[in-house]
Write a protein that binds this ligand. Structure first.
Ligand code: ADP
Ligand code: ASP
Ligand code: MG
Length: 403
């Protein structure tokens, strides 16, 4: 007997028919003699619809109240799924994250899971019940409901798999695995049988939304056996693991991110401590900063350019402008029409021609690069947002069609 965590995304529980489909998959796993913990997302576009509802009453709602609202989406899904399983005569219980004790930090809209209490879920498993838990949310030490960031149900699933030492964590979605790039952008993208944690983490962090990046981080840390597969077609998916058979000459995939914005702080003093002042201020407001570039400006000044999540742009502008006197910059240039395209592969470490090949593809497609950023196993370029899909297609074709 094994313990299996099964997570189903929004499209997999979109309507009654899909909820029944999910219930059948769960039932099959349970009836094979396994313990099953299920994690569900909100149905279809529910989370977006709830965000729109919030806007109708307040353009700038507090993050606490937004979390309170968004968390309801997942509660609907778990209750409906439990009802579908009940209708099949199977013992089950739905639980919200606060009932389980999924303890998180207090950073609303971007909370991190700190600890999961074992008692309630264990008691239910001991009664041979299927346990169905709301994804995407936690409870902070004040008892307030938090959410884990968009796409966070994957992280709930992996955290539960780690906490209960599950034998397998299955992420069921609307594609049958991880592809060499988003199959919606490049229809001939190739499905990967397996991918390393490191590559998947980079792809997810660079915008491949098929897995929430923190879920991969946790899976790597706690060695959770992870599989991405389709809830609509019964076939093997993609295994995410420590080591894979590497095709050294190639990359694992191409990712794009159009949810970023760039901020240039122009005319800062060219003194020690300036970068510290800027980024310390942003970190105190829980703003995540990604690519950073510093360049020499005119008359002994410097410019610092960096990227943030687009949803944080207005807040970043407000914070920096409020501290304009202390930071002593000339002006601020925000740009919310940029995007980022990245290639990822463990083969990059030992193959210096790979980056050149990416730049060649961009040159041939006539795409201008604004900034470049690399890690050991990744090369990212910042581009005009309108060039992003063309760049993904050109790079993907260069690496996957030409040999
Ligand atoms: P869910 O609602 O199940 O969590 P998501 O929409 O969050 O599903 O993630 C699945 C989507 O991720 C796919 O429909 C696909 O368009 C997109 N995607 C982006 N990059 C990739 C990739 N490399 N491989 C597979 N899917 C990808
Ligand atoms: N429902 C949440 C979202 O749409 C969480 C998730 O689906 O993982 O972002
Ligand atoms: Mg998702």
């Amino acid at each position: 007997m094994s313990l299996i965590v099964q997570k189903f995304g929004g499209s997999s529980v979109r309507d009654a028919e899909r909820v029944r489909n999910v219930a059948r998959i769960i039932a099959e796993t349970y009836l094979q003699g396994n313990d099953v913990i299920v994690v569900l997302s909100a149905q279809g576009d529910t989370t977006d619809d709830l965000l729109a509802k919030a806007q109708e009453v307040n353009q700038k709602p507090s993050k606490r109240e937004l979390d309170m609202l968004l968390a309801t989406g997942e509660q609907v899904s778990v209750a409906l799924c439990a009802m579908a399983l009940e209708a099949m005569g199977l013992p089950c219980v739905s639980l919200a994250a606060w009932q389980v004790g999924i303890r998180s930090s207090s950073v609303h809209a971007d909370a991190r899971i700190k600890k999961i209490d074992a008692e309630r879920i264990q008691a239910e498993l001991d009664q041979h019940r299927i346990v169905i838990v709301t994804g995407f949310q936690g409870v902070d030490r004040n008892g307030d409901i938090t959410t884990l960031g968009r796409g966070g149900s994957d992280t709930s699933a992996v955290a539960l798999a780690a906490a209960f030492r599950a034998d397998l964590c299955q992420i069921y979605t609307d594609v049958d695995g991880v592809y060499t790039t988003d199959p919606r952008v490049v229809p001939n993208a190739k499905k990967l049988d397996e991918i390393t944690y490191d590559e998947m983490l980079e792809l997810a962090s660079q915008g491949a939304q098929v897995l929430h990046n923190r879920s991969v981080e946790l899976a790597k840390k706690f060695r959770v056996k992870l599989e991405v597969l389709s809830s609509l077609e019964r076939k093997p998916g993609t295994k995410v693991k420590e080591v894979t058979k590497v095709e050294k000459s190639n990359i694992a995939g191409v990712a794009k991110d159009t949810s970023i914005a760039r901020v240039a702080l122009v005319g800062l003093q060219h003194n020690p401590g300036v970068a510290f002042q800027v980024f310390d201020l942003l970190s105190k407001h829980n703003i995540n900063v990604d690519v950073i570039l510093q360049s020499i400006g005119r008359e002994d000044t410097k410019d610092i350019t960096f990227t943030v999540h687009r949803k944080d742009l207005q807040e970043v502008e407000d914070i920096l402008n409020q501290h304009k006197e202390a930071l002593r910059f000339d002006h601020l240039e925000p740009d919310d029409s940029i995007g980022k395209v990245s290639i990822v592969g463990v083969g990059l470490m030992s193959n210096c021609g790979v980056a050149a090949k990416m730049f060649e593809a961009l040159y041939e497609a006539g795409v201008n690069i604004q900034m470049i950023n690399t890690s050991e196993i990744r090369v990212s370029v910042l581009l005009d947002e309108e060039d992003v899909n063309r760049a993904v297609k050109a790079i993907h074709a260069k690496f996957f069609d030409e040999n």
